[in-house]
Design a protein. Sequence first.
Lengths: 203, 123
Amino acid sequence: MDYENSDGEAGPVLPTAIKVLVAGGFGVGKTTLVGSVSETQPLRTEEVLTERGVGVDDLSGVEGKHTTTVAMDFGRISFGEDLVLYLFGTPGQDRFWFVWDELALGALGAVVLADTRRLADSFPSIDYFERNRVPFIVAVNCFEGARQYSLDDVQLALNLDPEVPVMLCDARDRESSKEVLIALLQHVMRGRGTRRESQPARS
Amino acid sequence: MPGAEPLWIDDEAGPLVRPYAMTGGRARPRNGFNVISLVLAMQQAPPLEVGLTPEHLHIVNLCQRPLALAEVSAHLRLPLGTVRVLLDDLLARGLVRVSEPQPPASLPDNHIFEALINGLRKL
């Protein structure tokens, strides 16, 4: 395709764009986490789906009963001129798999936010990332008043692969959200090493 | 399929006639740009010319610095699919350049990961 970036192309070099997904049940704090680390307030984009979930775009601007609008909140963190990290919250309604597929395409990895009062809400996200081989970590958002469980208990309750990191976080807190993203990046990096060497990573 | 002649004149081949205007109709974009594909204007927005809507020009104005498809969609308050269709038009006129992201699996080394981790720590 003639519009793709390539080394020989004239003009300024575009930054490298990296995408990370933030998933989890409704109200678990996805947009809060995106907002706490992003350089601006979360932005909102949307996809219009037909009832069949096919990506046909209705440009009429008329709210037809045959279309559904799926909104996604996202944020951006720029690192200098040549690297941009985009954080996308997945749509709250897990039935919009078409949109999940679109978001997951080319994603570096995902954070599954979990609430210990409603752990089952994170099952669809975990299933999705396992099935589609998107590397992910689980971050337990510590809501006030929620009983504290050990991370081992959470790992067990979610039936996670022991390799999948589980950590505590406070999605409202910038430092805590940064730690979550760093943990995800480290996890993905470890996975890369393992795959390349085609043998178990030694620790 | 060997022996089968590709049929060009179908829905996938793209329109023979402009299929839509911003005011009505529907269309499928020819591209499947990633939500983080970066859009960069190749020049200043031209004065209104035949076939370009204010939304087209808005994109050219916005993308004087690189913006992701999702950001363009958010700023214009238009769905992603609509923006993809508009980008088709702008690409055909050479008014923008779109750069698809590199798949993470194809990153040659851990340089990007280290840059992200260090960058986050410094935030």
